[in-house]
Write a protein that binds this ligand. Structure first.
Ligand code: FES
Length: 117
């Protein structure tokens, strides 16, 4: 529907407004630009914007969305079943609640560092 808009709650940080034809990551970037997302540990993680780098991983805790295919290098089938997605690959179909997730590359780096010690 033209003009339809959904609230996207980034848990603990604030809310954005998203449109059905717009990637959730774009809505979050816009909200950050307007100062609507507070207390992020870092700047909102944004990379390739096309599902290739995996830095924009989030967990959808509530709501409906449409998703483009996502690389299994960044989101496993099990993770996706648990709500983990790439914010640049999903489009809202209702109000959403999201939580930032650690990118796979960062998890792997931390795991390797722990093994060195
Ligand atoms: S920004 Fe690269 S996968 Fe989303």
């Amino acid at each position: 529907m033209a003009g339809e808009k959904f609230t996207i709650n980034l848990e603990g940080h604030g809310v954005a407004s998203g449109f059905p034809q717009e990637r959730v990551l774009v809505a979050l970037e816009r909200a950050q630009g307007f100062g609507q997302l507070k207390d992020l540990p870092l700047k909102l993680p944004v990379g390739c914007r096309r599902g290739g780098c995996g830095v924009c991983r989030v967990r959808v805790t509530k709501g409906e969305f449409h998703a483009d295919p996502m690389s299994r290098a960044h989101v496993s089938a099990e993770e996706e079943a648990g709500g983990v997605v790439l914010a640049c690959c999903i489009y809202p179909r209702s109000e959403l609640s999201l939580r930032l997730e650690t990118p796979v590359a960062v998890k792997e780096k931390s795991r390797k560092a722990a093994q060195v010690v």
